[in-house]
Design a protein around this ligand. Structure first.
Ligand code: SF4
Ligand code: SF4
Length: 405
């Protein structure tokens, strides 16, 4: 495999000072801020960077596509667990593979989706208010568990795409004049996430992505059918979390993830860039920052201590795979990915233990969530720990559950 010379992530643009929305999202953006180049994403570094790539990392990637001969005897990493994980990933992998060899596009992970019919030639003349209400109704119907809208913010758009076929950066192909971003989240299964760490729990990740894709592609075609442009994106093209926060879907957690009121951090995100006239939502605040200030449960539980115990800061760890010029909690992505590679599947321990990762169909958990939003926060954390919520369950427990349970 080629080994390109190690580069520093040179960026050409800088952004001076805060934007009004930053006061609502809690991000402090300085004049040093630089947009992110997709080449430095940890999954891409695992392909070209000797500091990240390894035999273990190769096996990790291959395990999603092999004949499952590599499964282990350990509970949660057996044949049935990998079989389900890889089946749950199938839609995401299938759509990503469609144009990888013929068109050098890995859609959903490196490139935006292109698999759409022509839309209408005549534009819908409804008002922005009507379009927004109807989009949200249609989006829920088409499979989004939650949906929000923010204004287009180029700070979160990558400077370049990356080709894992050619090991080079590629020009970003997102039109520059789109005005809004529709952000959707889909819930990952709560019971299966309780078995983390396990290969079985990776099925929740794959299923979350696969459900996102169905909803995002359908919503994109709906917007095109209204006569407007729309570009569907999963992990490609732009950073999903700041857009989701700006779209009012949740807040930023110490573990570097979006925390939603409905599903906590147990979500996967997709987004649609569009010029459909829409009204943006406002960021929400349900007390997450104040909870994270005193909780640290994810930092303690992380097996490789990749999650900070400190206040939000400008730390960029090895300075290559993290945003520069923004004050926030930033996980050590290199340490995190190494753990994934070593155990042969993704990890969501920080999601499992988070006190916002609860089944909110239960009244007790809704009360605890309310307490986390106010002066009862410390008591809520104590009660949550006493109830042993977030403790690991075995994969066998999940497999023995009734099929509709
Ligand atoms: S586990 Fe605690 S500190 Fe970590 S993100 Fe969740 S609430 Fe915040
Ligand atoms: S996914 Fe696992 S390894 Fe990565 S930060 Fe979370 S707990 Fe740590």
């Amino acid at each position: 495999m080629l080994s390109p010379a190690r580069e520093t992530p040179a960026q050409s643009e800088s952004y001076h000072g805060q934007r009004p929305v930053d006061a609502l999202t809690g991000f402090e953006v300085t004049a040093d801020f630089e947009r992110f180049n997709q080449k430095y994403d940890m999954f891409n570094r695992a392909v070209w960077d000797d500091e990240v790539r390894s035999e273990r990392a190769n096996k990790f990637f291959e395990s999603y596509f092999t004949d499952l001969a590599q499964f282990r005897k350990v509970e949660g990493f057996q044949h049935r667990d990998y079989a389900l994980r890889n089946a749950a990933w199938y839609i995401a992998d299938f759509t990503a593979d469609l144009l990888e060899l013929s068109g050098d596009r890995k859609e959903g992970f490196l490139d935006s989706y292109t698999m759409f019919r022509e839309g209408a030639t005549r534009k819908s003349q409804a008002s922005a208010q009507e379009h927004t209400a109807e989009l949200k109704r249609a989006g829920r119907f088409l499979g989004a568990d939650s949906i929000g809208v923010c204004e287009f913010d180029e700070r979160w758009v990558y400077t370049h795409n990356y080709s894992r076929q050619k090991l080079t950066t590629k020009a970003m192909d997102l039109p520059e004049d789109l005005t809004h971003v529709v952000v959707i989240v889909n819930e990952m299964d709560h019971a299966i996430i309780e078995t983390v760490p396990s290969a079985l729990s990776g099925a929740a990740t794959g299923q979350g992505y696969s459900r996102d894709i169905i909803a995002a592609l359908s919503i994109t075609q709906y917007i095109r059918n209204l006569g407007y442009r729309a570009v569907a994106s999963l992990n490609d093209t732009a950073l999903s979390i700041p857009l989701a926060i700006q779209a009012g879907l949740g807040q930023y957690g110490r573990h570097g993830l979006l925390i939603t009121p409905e599903f906590g951090p147990r979500v996967r995100i997709a987004k649609i860039f569009t010029d459909l006239p829409l009204n943006a939502d406002r960021p929400i605040d349900f007390g997450v920052t104040e909870t994270c200030n005193i909780c640290q449960r994810c930092s303690t539980a992380c097996p490789v201590k990749a999650i900070s115990f400190e206040e939000p800061n400008f730390d960029t760890h090895d300075g290559i795979s993290h945003l520069k010029g923004i004050k926030k909690w930033t996980i050590n992505a290199k340490q995190c990915f190494k753990f994934w590679a070593n155990q042969g599947t993704d990890c969501s321990i920080c999601i499992r233990v988070c006190p916002y990762n609860r089944d909110f169909s239960k009244a007790m958990n809704r009360i605890l969530r309310w307490m986390l939003s106010n002066r009862w926060r410390r008591l809520a954390l104590w009660l949550d720990a006493k109830l042993k919520q977030g403790e690991r369950k075995t994969a066998g427990w999940w497999w023995r559950r009734p099929a509709d349970g």
